[in-house]
Design a protein around this ligand. Structure first.
Ligand code: HEC
Length: 164
């Protein structure tokens, strides 16, 4: 029987291509689905570690505080206050979320999050000398409907083992 010739290079080449495709595939999969499990209610549960959960909830409380100060600002006709608080809740608030963490969040969660921050930036930019209070309330109404949409779709859960 002739000796079977194994081309090691070819085997390793195909092996590495397969690993590469699997890695890329799982990255794309997680980018879209995030790290999620079924929830006990009708929402989707996002699995984070304690630090990540705390960061998201800190951001959330900042968002609520901003909404609160913006509404007060309109009532007091203090538009510098409205503008400063809209800016505070804009894209700058999401800067601490790194790419690994980002991948744990489902795509539609990321999209809704970006939409809210951008709309706050947009509100900050639209405040001139004496803006129409109705315009501000309309914008804050549109923003808070995104808060409602996300809260009725997602919740958070913590798992610290093996997660980073
Ligand atoms: C992209 C999704 C998303 C958006 C948009 C969003 N939230 Fe949240 N928020 C969440 C999730 C998820 C939780 C955790 C809920 C749970 O686990 O039951 C949360 C929790 C909160 C909490 C509780 C914080 C704590 O310390 O327990 C507050 C307050 C809050 N959000 C305010 C807001 C406000 C105000 C807005 C809009 C200006 C907003 N959120 C927009 C997803 C979102």
């Amino acid at each position: 029987m002739p000796p079977v010739k194994i081309n090691r290079f070819k085997i390793w080449f195909y092996f590495s291509i397969i690993i590469w495709i699997l890695t890329l595939g799982s990255w794309v999969f997680y980018f879209i689905s995030g790290s999620t499990v079924k929830s006990t209610d009708s929402r989707t549960e996002i699995v984070l570690n304690t630090k990540q959960r705390d960061l998201i909830l800190y951001e959330m409380r900042t968002l609520l505080e901003s909404v609160n100060h913006i509404i007060d600002g309109v009532a007091e006709e203090d538009y510098a206050k409205v503008q400063a608080n809209a800016k505070r809740a804009g894209m700058q608030l999401s800067e601490e979320i790194n790419p690994v963490f980002m991948n744990k969040l489902p795509l539609s969660f990321k999209q809704l999050g970006v939409k809210v921050h951008k709309n706050f930036d947009n509100l900050a930019e639209s405040i001139g000398e004496k803006p129409d209070p109705k315009m501000v309330l309309k914008k804050i109404g549109a923003i808070t409907s995104s808060c409602v949409a996300c809260h009725s779709t997602y919740k958070l859960t913590v798992k610290d083992w093996g997660t980073h």
